[in-house]
Design a protein around this ligand. Structure first.
Ligand code: NDP
Ligand code: AKG
Length: 459
């Protein structure tokens, strides 16, 4: 066979392999749509890798990767302020420990079900590999909604949640952290309950802790800052920067707030942000002190921004935010918040770069549209890895019983984001897709995990 035809037949066999694994995923769990989407995106990027390296197919690496090592689902009973007993469902998916203990956040949101936790856990495997730190992938959460609950109710729920979760986690086995609906308050209550049940001050069992009891400086800022550092690298490669650029950031939670903070430090004009109720447009630039007060202290709605800044506009419904003309867009709220129509609106509005702060915020058609249009596109797995990277640094500091300065952690974060950018660019070039960071980051993450799996045999 000529080299050309043997390459074509290897590609056909890899395509068939990918299709077979994907079909099996959808057959086994037909209702887990978000998980299907995450698997599809990655597998499609891996065809050239699988064609070039037959050992992955020969050792059923994909079949093993798409199946979590362990899935835990449990009842979480708690009592509300009226004295009524309520029951939620808790999850922890320990997806892959090939390169280290399971690591990934906990999400408390009414939309949580197995398909959401599995998509997040699956993506976390590759994201964590990209950081270069020895951490495997996992994720967890509950359909509990912290919105509108009193502090006592949140404490009652989180203590009950940890009363089951504690037996599955540990600083060398599985280290949860925050995600949507889980911030410093929830982590604090969970850490207290873990300590009470398990005994000892095992600081490394959770990350995102308060600074008074083992947390790391710059963890709160890390996902948002890291996203901006990544997009900065992408812009610099095109001789561009943030100075004077108009930026739209969706969401107004942890990731959005610290992305906006770093963008403003770098001279960008951030004109919009949102929550699940709607978005605000402030042509003079978002006042971040107001957003922090509303969201970090008062747990209020973003609509209240216009009371303090009457020149700004509030519009109900969160998806309209993408119709605001801007040069750079950072989706930082939730999965599938940016569809193909939104992508078309952004391109019509003059966008040159999109950086994903949330996990899987763009639908597959939206991503394809951005890539076809030559928009600089920073995929979530690479661009939002700063949060888990600094969680890894929090674990290191806990292990050494010391605390690094903000500047030291921030500098390490900057280097990690630069390295993720470079390894994604390199992998895309090596597999003939120059500039495609979706393919590059998926391939770079996959190769690390797949090779570690091969080295450890069939487990
Ligand atoms: N925290 C971290 O370190 C990391 C987070 N991420 C990802 O970033 C995203 C945001 O997380 P984080 O900032 O921590 O979470 P937060 O809970 O702090 O904030 C979430 C924000 O997104 C908004 N939001 C949630 N659901 C929807 C929806 N269906 N439609 C519109 N807006 C919505 C929320 O609005 P409302 O308050 O109205 O619900 C809120 O403004 C998630 O995708 C998360 O997985 C990724 C890496 C690390
Ligand atoms: O900090 C962590 O461990 C988890 C962060 C996270 O959940 C994510 O990267 O999506």
């Amino acid at each position: 066979m000529s080299t050309l035809s043997s390459t074509a037949s290897a590609t056909a066999s890899a395509e068939e392999y990918v299709q077979r694994v994907y079909s099996e995923v959808t057959r086994r769990d037909p209702l887990e749509q978000e998980f299907h989407q995450a698997v599809k995106e990655i597998l499609e990027c891996l065809v050239p890798v699988l064609a070039r390296h037959p050992q992955y197919q020969a050792n059923a690496v994909l079949e093993r990767l798409v199946e979590p090592e362990r899935t835990i689902s449990f009842r979480v009973p708690w009592t509300d302020d009226a004295g009524a007993v309520r029951v939620n469902r808790g999850y922890r998916v320990q997806f892959n420990s090939a390169i280290g203990p399971y690591k990934g956040g906990l999400r408390f949101h009414p939309s949580v079900y197995s398909g959401i936790i599995k998509f997040l856990g699956f993506e976390q495997i590759f994201k964590n590999a990209l950081t270069g730190l020895p951490i495997g992938g996992g994720k967890g959460g509950s359909d509990f909604d912290p919105k509108g609950k009193s502090d006592r109710e949140v404490m009652a729920f989180t203590q009950s949640f940890m009363t089951e979760l504690y037996r599955h986690i540990g600083q060398d086995t599985d280290i949860p952290a925050g995600d949507i609906g889980v911030g410093a308050r929830e982590i604090g209550y969970m850490f207290g309950q873990y300590k009470r049940i398990h005994g000892g001050h095992e600081a490394g069992v959770l990350t995102g802790k308060g600074l008074l009891y083992g947390g790391s400086l710059a963890r709160k800022e890390a996902t948002g800052y890291g996203l901006v550092y990544f997009v900065q690298e992408m812009l610099a490669a095109q001789c561009q920067n943030f100075e004077g650029q108009t930026v739209v950031v969706s969401g107004s939670g942890n990731v959005s707030i610290y992305a906006i903070e770093k963008l403003q430090q770098l001279g960008a004009l951030v004109v919009a942000c949102s929550d699940s109720g709607g978005y605000i447009y402030d042509p003079q630039g978002i006042n971040l002190d107001t957003v922090k007060r509303l969201k970090e202290q008062e747990r209020a709605r973003i609509s209240e921004y216009v009371t303090a800044h009457p020149h700004a506009e509030y519009t109900e419904g969160s998806t309209g935010i993408w119709t605001i003309p801007c040069r750079i867009a950072l989706p930082c709220a939730t999965q599938n918040e940016l569809d193909e129509d939104a992508a078309r609106a952004l391109v019509s509005g003059g966008v040159i770069a999109v950086g994903e702060g949330a996990n899987m915020p763009s639908t597959l058609p939206a991503i394809n549209y951005f890539l076809q249009q030559g928009i600089l596109f920073a995929p979530a797995k690479a661009a939002n890895a700063g949060g888990v990277a600094v969680s890894g640094l929090e674990m290191s500091q806990n292990g050494m019983r010391l605390s690094w300065s903000f500047e030291e952690v921030d500098e390490r974060l900057r280097m990690i984001m630069k390295n993720i950018y470079r390894s994604s660019v390199r992998a895309a070039e090596e597999y003939d897709m120059p500039g495609n960071l979706v393919a590059g980051s998926n391939i770079a993450g996959f190769l690390k995990v797949a090779d570690a799996m091969l080295a450890q045999g069939v487990v």
